[in-house]
Ligand binder design. Structure first.
Ligand SMILES: C[S@@+](CC[C@H](N)C(=O)[O-])C[C@H]1O[C@@H](n2cnc3c(N)ncnc32)[C@H](O)[C@@H]1O
Length: 246
């Protein structure tokens, strides 16, 4: 499937709307997801890391997750390829810089972090070849023995009413302009939601995977061992913890 993520100031507007929706609890499943997700990530850091260990979030967005690490006193960093988010996070006092997760990692960041985080199904918003680039980037950032935490939507867990709420949530955050529409797709192999433009080309998509598909792909990520894949309480996602072993 072809497709790409919106990567201009539109993404910034999306996140302002996302934060608003979560704060006002407009979408209960989403709000629960957000709480469970940050809860899982923070707990993993508390269990696995020392207070001096550095954490980095890849694709940091509004800084929603990284600010929780900062509160706990971990040296915490984030990056994004969207300058709007980088500026926004800086204004919030977060240590966030501009970097592209599909490019190679510079010397100053190599093996520097004890934990890297990819939250909010970010990885599975991309096609597999891009996912492989993010994983190789994560591998370079993390010190041997360090951890990679990934949150991924599970296609088995979504009930019909959750899917309905999720579509409404995306309609709200994406605010599709005239001619755009948000749709569920399910081609037997892949499930998810995408936004189509007037010519029916995919502008943005979010894939949900089943556990078997996820395990199969994770097994291909060289240098990492999958330590755990935990269903979150919100029932729509897994929290995965991997360790850099080579
Ligand atoms: C689904 S959002 C998640 C934001 C944040 N992690 C959260 O949980 O709220 C994905 C983020 O990845 C960023 N992103 C997309 N492609 C990227 C790339 N190639 N390199 C770095 N960041 C990227 C987007 O700008 C966006 O902020």
């Amino acid at each position: 499937m072809s497709g790409y993520i919106l990567s201009d100031s539109k993404t910034f507007e999306i996140f302002v709307r996302t934060e608003k929706a979560l704060k006002n609890d407009l979408f209960p499943v989403m709000t629960k997801f957000s709480e469970d997700e940050t809860g899982f990530i923070v707990k993993t850091a508390k269990i696995r890391l020392d207070k001096k260990d550095k954490i980095i979030e890849m694709g940091v967005g509004s800084g929603r997750v990284v600010k929780e690490f900062k509160k706990l006193g971990f040296p915490s960093y984030g990056f994004d390829n969207d300058p709007f988010f980088v500026e926004y996070c800086k204004r919030r006092g977060l240590d966030v810089f501009l970097l592209d997760a599909t490019k190679s990692v510079s010397k100053e960041h190599k093996n520097r972090y004890k934990m890297a985080v990819i939250s909010f199904n970010t990885l599975f918003n991309f096609p597999e070849r891009i996912r492989a680039k993010w994983i190789s980037h994560a591998y370079s950032l993390i010190d041997k023995g360090g951890f990679l935490v990934i949150i991924v939507y599970s296609s088995e867990k979504f009930s019909k009413s959750m899917v309905k709420e999720r579509v409404e949530f995306y309609q709200y955050v994406l605010d599709p302009p005239n001619g755009y529409r948000v749709e569920i797709f399910d081609n037997g192999e892949e499930k998810g939601i995408h936004m189509l433009d007037g010519k029916n080309s995919v502008k943005w998509f979010s894939l949900w995977k089943n556990e078997q598909q996820i395990r199969k792909e994770v097994a291909l990520w060289k240098g990492f061992d999958l330590l755990s894949m935990t269903p979150l309480h919100c029932k729509i996602a897994f929290g995965m913890v991997l360790q850099k072993v080579l």
